[in-house]
Write a protein that binds this ligand. Sequence first.
Ligand SMILES: [Zn+2]
Length: 381
Amino acid sequence: MTVKLYRQDAYQKEFASTVLETQENSVRLEATAFYPSAGGQAFDTGFLNGIKVLEVKEKDGAIWHRLETPLEVGTAVSGQIDWARRFDHMQQHTGEHLLGQAFFRLSRYVIAVNMEHSVCTLDLGEETTWETAMQAESDVNAAIWAALPIRSYEVPDSEIAQIPLRRTPKVSGMIRVVQIGEYDYSACGGTHTNSSSEVGMLKIFKLERIKGGATRVYFNCGSRLLADYRFKHDFMAGLGLRFSSALEVVPARVDSALEDLNKARLEVANLKTQLAARIAASFLKGVVVYQLEDVTLLPDLAKACTMRDQLVAILGATDGSRAFLAVTCGAGVKQQANELLKIGLPFIEGKGGGKPDLAQGSGSRVAGLEAALEAIRSGMA
Ligand SMILES: [Zn+2]
């Protein structure tokens, strides 16, 4: 068993101990302030004798520290935990207790928690509306601002029934209780702040229906919210500047810009169809070879050309990285567009196909486009 210094004092950032056992780059110490991944809280990182601690795991009561380089048995070590990371975990974890209690008061019961990712989650066994979640969120923040003292103590399992725990503990023997004022009592072995006020704030981001009628609640606390607020504030201020508007009217400005964009897109599509029809109308009967500057016009132009009797149109275009070919054979033409296209495709290393009146293809060899058009024209005989 490793002595768990973080259980006695979650604020201990430095400690001294001895290496008792090693396994490759991992060491077991007599005592440690490094928290291992457990109960939904992620492990601590930091240094042992200046060597990076990459991961911390608990196995059968022993805590193993995986290091960047090995240490020998018997080595005296001085350890430092990455305090910014740990305090962030303490803020999320304490917030999770508060949120669990707030939902408990609204008859929603926690079935699982996870605080190992950038956004924390808490799963409730019941369906929950956004309105209920906001009620819980307000309740939690009131508890945070009430600066409730937080303490932990051990109770034998025979006496645990006297403690108003909201979840039945999964462990037996001596049970560690974490008490937040008179607000919440939980059985927990994690690290927590000394006062609810240190959580700063809790914000729920979204709710998600998960299997079995359960609800996953996404939330964050403390410094993560400041980072999130900074990002969103700058983002919103930037949007306001871009639209030269107060933030409240930005949504309306975005809607109207999207409407304008859709209108413009429709207009462009109509103009392209008209332009394609005009180009097709300008072709004389017989064989026409034509290279378009705008590849997006090619489908409309090919379609318009198929309507022209006695016309074979051999069309080419490129978007710079690919070559495009289209061949059309109008009524009264004895050749077949799909057969003619086959002549040109090898020059652009392309693939494609179609019907006797319209065939299209594309290839990666842009430099071969002109030769492809010429080969199709020559192959007309
Ligand atoms: Zn806890």
